[in-house]
Ligand binder design. Structure first.
Ligand SMILES: [Zn+2]
Length: 255
């Protein structure tokens, strides 16, 4: 039934998956709050975390919306004229386009060259960006780096393309682990899993199309990104009362 509906309406299909993932006690928890994207709004929490809390006004989830207050905080101190967002949709990208002079966005297709166009959309691999050194004031990503095979190489590439005082602001799922764990790797062109396989939905590839390589640890994520040269901190953002757990946003600045 759900897959039949999904064929007619991708949005309805995604809403159904969202409902199925909800824990029963949190179904239909609603609270009023200010959305950083669309203003006064209502939020519904189907689980106590930001990922399962959504603004009913702009339909963005709170994990994505939580980047905006951190972007705003950074831009208040360091003017942003050119920004790069690692996707072609979502609340973060909308905000960047409304507030900054030039915004570049891209998707990732494994078999296309970085910098090429796929169906008219810029292709980039964060491990091998085609951009010039020091060409952006801001780089953002939402739930991307758990899918990057060599995430630390990706962080170094972000550092390279940022200007001094530029920021990398991102979200990724953070786990209560002592150390970041590699849950999959590619050896001789084959995926080798170190635990149950995990795939996430992606706009480009569809449901369960993006292989997860990493379970990042809340404990060591800042050090992992600092290795690339950044000064890093976690900022906990809570947008709506119905969201019981804050959404962690990683704020990394190139000094
Ligand atoms: Zn909103």
């Amino acid at each position: 039934m759900a897959s039949l509906l999904s064929r007619f309406s991708p949005r309805l299909g995604s809403a159904l998956r969202y409902l199925r993932a909800a824990d029963p006690p949190y179904r239909w928890r609603v609270s009023g709050a200010t959305c950083p994207s669309c203003g006064a709004s209502w939020f519904v929490s189907l689980r106590p975390d930001g990922f399962m809390t959504r603004c009913l006004g702009c339909r963005a989830n709170v994990t994505n919306l939580s980047l905006i207050p951190v972007i705003r905080m950074h831009a208040a101190e360091h003017p942003v004229s050119r920004a790069y967002e690692m996707s072609t949709y979502g609340a973060t990208l909308r905000y960047l386009r409304e507030h900054f002079a030039e915004v570049v966005s891209s998707e990732y297709h494994e078999h296309a060259a970085p910098g090429s166009l796929v169906n008219g959309i810029l292709n980039q691999d964060v491990q091998d960006l085609s951009f010039e050194d020091a060409s952006f004031d801001l780089v953002t990503s939402n739930q991307v780096f758990e899918h990057v095979r060599d995430d630390q190489r990706g962080f170094r590439e972000c550092y390279r393309v940022l200007r001094p005082n530029g920021a990398l602001i991102l979200t990724i799922p953070l786990h209560d682990l002592a150390h970041t764990k590699m849950i999959a790797e590619i050896i001789d062109d084959k995926v080798v899993f170190h635990g149950p396989p995990e795939y996430h939905d992606s706009r480009a590839g569809g449901p369960a199309s993006a292989l997860t390589f990493w379970h990042h640890s809340r404990t060591d994520i800042c050090d992992r990104i600092a290795n690339a040269g950044f000064v890093v901190r976690l900022v906990d953002i809570k947008l709506a009362p119905s969201q019981k757990q804050a959404s962690p946003v990683i704020y990394a600045v190139k000094r």
